[in-house]
Structure formats: C-alpha cells, structure tokens
Design a protein around this ligand. Structure first.
Ligand code: DGL
Length: 359
C-alpha cells in the first residue's frame, strides 16, 4: 500500500513538472496568487556602490532574490517566481517575446493563477508590453515592471515598483485593462506608454493620452481604460507561431535619400516602419527607395520620429496612391509591433490600415 501511495505521489510530481504547472503550496486563500516572470533589466541590476545609478550591470539578480529582497510581497499575495530569461532588454529578441507570451498564456489558463508580473528592462519594456497587449489571451491582470536604478542604489525604485506591481496584478478591478505597465506609482496602458527620459524614475509617460491610473499608498486607483481592442479581443494568436515577420524601422532626417530603406529591403524585410519628420513626412529623395520597396511587396507604415500625435492619413503623403498605412498615434517602435503581428494575418494594406485603427 505504501509503495502504491508513493508511486502515485511521484507520478503527480512528474506530471506537475512536465506540464510546468505552477503550484502555490503554502497559499493563503484570502490572498491572490501572483506569478513573477523575471526577464532581467535594471530591476535585476547591481552597481559597485550605493551611489551608482549609471554604469551598473543589468540582469544579474535572480528572481528568487528579487522576491526575498521584498519580504512585504508575502503580505499582499501568494507569490511564485520564474526566471524566463536574464537579459538587458536592449538585447531582447522576437524569440524571447514568443517564449514569454506562450508562458504567460499557459500560466493564465491555470485557475490557481490570478495575475502575472513581468520584471523587465526599461529600454524595450514598452515594446514587450504592447506585444503582450495584443497576444495575451486572458483578461487577468498582466503587469510589466522595471526600474531606473539598480537594487544596490540608494533610493532604488525597483523594490517599491515590484511591490506595487504585485498588488496591481492581484487586484480584481484591474482585470480587462489590457497589459499594464507600473513604475513610479503610475499605471499605464501597454499600448500608450513610452520611455521618454533616459535616466529618471518618471521616464514612463503616455504623451497626450495620459495614464490609466495611479497608486495612492498601496491602493491602485483607476481613472480610465483604453478603448483600443486588446488581449482576448484581438485576432492575433502566438500559439503556433515560431517566428515573427521581419519589420525594420527607418529614421528620416535632413538629407536622407533612402539608403536604409534599400538596406531593409535587401535584408528581407516584409514591412518597414518609416519614422518620418513632422506628421510622418517622407523626403522626395527617399521615393526611389520607397517605390523599389513597394515593388518588392514590402508593406510600409508611416509613423513619426517626433514621438507623439496622430499621423494623418493622406496628410504629408498620398497614402491612397502608394498604399502606405498611417500608424494612427503609434510611435515607430509600437507601430513595428503591430505591423509584425498584422503580417502574420495578411499583407493587404487596407486590412492592415483597419488594424491600426482598431488596436
Ligand atoms: N540595459 C537596460 C535594460 O535592460 C537598462 C535599463 C533598465 O532596465 O532600466 O533595459
């Protein structure tokens, strides 16, 4: 009999491991179950002294240490950590995105997971957040969090950011908000947020549109929701995706004659996001390269290098004539995320333009 019970126990353990099912062994029923997926960044960084806030090493502290450094987490949630990867986010890849998105969806499908926090470098955090906003297939809260100072620094912002991100991920009211970004007591939509300052804790902003909520003490307060379709309401599904179509961003500037457009086409880009001047303008000298790209079937989205505001269709370029897509208010790096996913569904420019108005 004992052997039989032991055999069943071992089988169950192997099943849990094989399905990568997360178990909250010592959970307290009244507290939410939150999984922290760690990817690296400054929030996992370390410097040589308490005054080192530049020149530190990102992505060196493991997820279990991030959690043990903030014992207060246990007061607000049952927390489990997973190290998905450990990188500085300027080096994140599309393979990383697919791995992360698939793990998020796998965990959120578990009834015993109430929300997810993703610790991430701030450099590309806005891109990962928007990608997940479009491919996560659950309304449960997903919160990306980072920091601008390493954990070893005086007044490090990571611990409190992480603590509040866990509270937010365990907050039922946050369900259905799309993927969120929480730093510096501010709750942003993954679609609208962007990094605006190279080195300050208040770097994440949503120009013109604004935040969706704030923290007052340990309490999240929501003031609005994004009207754009996200998560369960999108047509994008990463389940069977093993790669993403290549989309490059080319920056326009005085004297530019389209060299980088040619380079993107030669590199096999399926899509190009043009970071135009002003309202997404394309210089006359770029048009030979633009027309060559279009002839090669490359889909071109017009965004703008200025960082905020709507790109008006048929404003600074004849979108109808050339088949350009106007990016709405998405900056170049966000427009690239949507164009990559759009190209997994269609290369029809009219259909893709509708997607830029819907998501
Ligand atoms: N290497 C940068 C990154 O991982 C550090 C910036 C940060 O995380 O704040 O994004």
């Amino acid at each position: 009999m004992k052997k039989r019970i032991y055999g069943i126990f071992v089988t169950l353990c192997l099943l849990v491991l094989s399905l990568q099912v997360v178990v909250f062994a010592a959970e307290t029923p009244e507290k939410p179950n939150v999984v922290i997926l760690a990817t690296g960044g400054t929030i996992a960084g370390a410097g040589v002294s308490s005054t080192t806030t530049v020149g530190y090493t990102a992505a060196v502290t493991a997820v279990d240490k991030l959690i043990s450094n903030v014992p207060e987490l246990a007061k607000v949630a049952n927390v489990r950590g997973e190290q998905v990867f450990q990188i500085a986010s300027e080096s994140i890849t599309m393979d990383n995105w697919l791995t992360l998105a698939k793990r998020v969806n796998q965990l959120l499908a578990q009834d015993n997971v109430d929300g997810i926090v993703i610790t991430h470098g701030t450099d590309t955090l806005e891109e990962t957040a928007y990608f997940l906003d479009l491919v996560v297939k659950s309304e449960k809260p997903v919160v990306l969090v980072g920091s601008m100072r390493p954990g070893t620094a005086m007044s490090a912002d990571g611990p409190l950011n992480l603590y509040r991100a866990v509270i937010l991920a365990g907050t039922k009211e946050a369900a259905g908000s799309g993927v969120m970004v929480m730093l510096n007591d501010t709750i942003h939509s993954g679609r609208e947020v962007t990094k605006t300052i190279t080195d300050r804790v208040d770097t994440f902003q949503a120009p013109i549109i604004g935040a969706i909520g704030v923290f007052t003490g340990d309490k999240p307060v929501f003031y609005r929701q994004s009207l754009r379709k996200n998560t369960v309401a999108t047509e994008f599904d990463v389940t069977n995706l093993t790669s993403l179509p290549r989309v490059d961003i080319v920056y326009h500037y005085a004297g530019n004659a389209g060299t980088m457009i040619d380079a993107a086409v030669n590199a096999g880009a399926k899509g190009i996001v043009h970071a135009g001047t002003g309202n997404g303008s394309i210089g006359k000298a770029e048009y030979p390269a633009v027309e060559n790209a279009l002839k090669n079937g490359v889909v071109i989205v017009r965004s703008a290098r200025v960082g905020s505001g709507i790109i008006a269709r048929n404003g600074e370029a004849n979108d109808d004539k050339y088949g350009f897509i106007a990016s709405d208010n998405l900056n170049p790096q966000k427009a690239r995320v949507l164009l990559m996913l759009a190209l997994t569904k269609t290369s029809d420019v009219n259909e893709i333009q509708q997607m830029f108005w819907k998501y």
